[in-house]
Design a protein around this ligand. Structure first.
Ligand code: DGL
Length: 273
């Protein structure tokens, strides 16, 4: 038994899709969340910059006595995972493998769509892993650079012309290929589940990498015998690098609980990159 917290980070709000599922699947675990809201989005930046930010995120989280870290960011998981894995003395879990496992299980016609940030799509990390377990899969991917800024600005609801237009622009070619499974390869995108699900139609399964990762974390904690005690009263702390108020409002809405007293601002520039 180990009541130390699990660290989770993303460039912004997207990692909350993992936190929400972690709260559900592991209700006794303390969580420390870092959203690098002052530097979001990561997905249009160079590999060097993404690695530098990821190392600062890791250095910040490992300044606490934590037992595992979830990289709840598709961009860091696809571009910088190799640069941080095994270097911080704690197990690190990325979102790519859990999402791929789910997509391969879900597809019937072996046509899988994939959307993500420019950096994630260019990395080919998802494709590589999908083809390892399903060599005959057809993968149709596209980068969607406008979706993260729209999500960060709260434009997530059906009927919002801006988000509906962007989703249609990006997804039309993928839909036309007849995919039956779509990996939302950036952890911000499941906040658009309604809009994307409606556009793609009922026959298409949407895979949320952040949410799938929660089950991996559960298994890892059990295997290492480092789960929190049953009955432990879980505590949550959130750190951001920009406005506390902006994040608190959106996070409270998304997690369906008031987090305002639990959000603090942090300066990551003092952490090792
Ligand atoms: N949520 C992130 C991801 O999964 C970040 C998007 C971004 O910062 O560009 O890629």
């Amino acid at each position: 038994m180990d009541n130390r917290p699990v660290g989770v980070f993303d460039s912004g709000l997207g990692g909350l899709t993992a936190v929400r599922q972690l709260m559900e699947v592991l209700p006794n675990e303390d969580i420390i969340y870092l959203g690098d809201t002052g530097r979001v989005p990561y997905g249009g930046r160079s590999k060097d910059t993404i690695v530098k930010y990821a190392k600062q995120d890791m250095a910040f989280l490992t300044s606490f006595d934590i037992k595992a870290i979830v990289v709840a960011c598709g961009t860091v998981s696809t571009v910088a995972f190799g640069e941080i894995e095994g270097k911080y003395g704690v197990p690190i879990i990325g979102v790519v493998a859990p999402a791929v496992k789910k997509a391969v299980e879900a597809t019937k016609n072996r046509k899988i769509g994939l959307i993500g940030t420019v950096a994630s799509i260019n990395s080919k990390a998802y494709e590589k892993l999908i083809l390892e377990s399903m060599p005959e899969a057809e993968i149709y991917s596209t980068a969607c650079p406008l979706l993260v800024p729209l999500v960060e600005n709260g434009r997530i609801n059906r009927g919002d012309i801006m988000i509906e237009t962007a989703v249609r622009e990006y997804l039309e070619p993928i839909k036309a290929m007849g995919v039956d499974t779509l990996i939302l390869g950036c952890t911000h995108y499941p906040l658009l589940n309604d809009v994307i699900g409606h556009y793609m139609g009922d026959g298409v399964s949407l895979v949320s990498p952040g949410a799938e990762t929660a089950y991996y974390v559960k298994r890892l904690l059990e295997e290492r015998d480092i789960s929190a005690e049953r009955g432990h009263n879980a505590k949550y702390r959130y750190y951001v690098t920009d406005s506390v108020d902006g994040f608190s409002g959106a996070a409270s809405m998304f997690l369906s609980k008031d987090v305002s007293g639990e959000v603090r601002k942090v300066d990551l520039s003092v952490y090792e990159d």
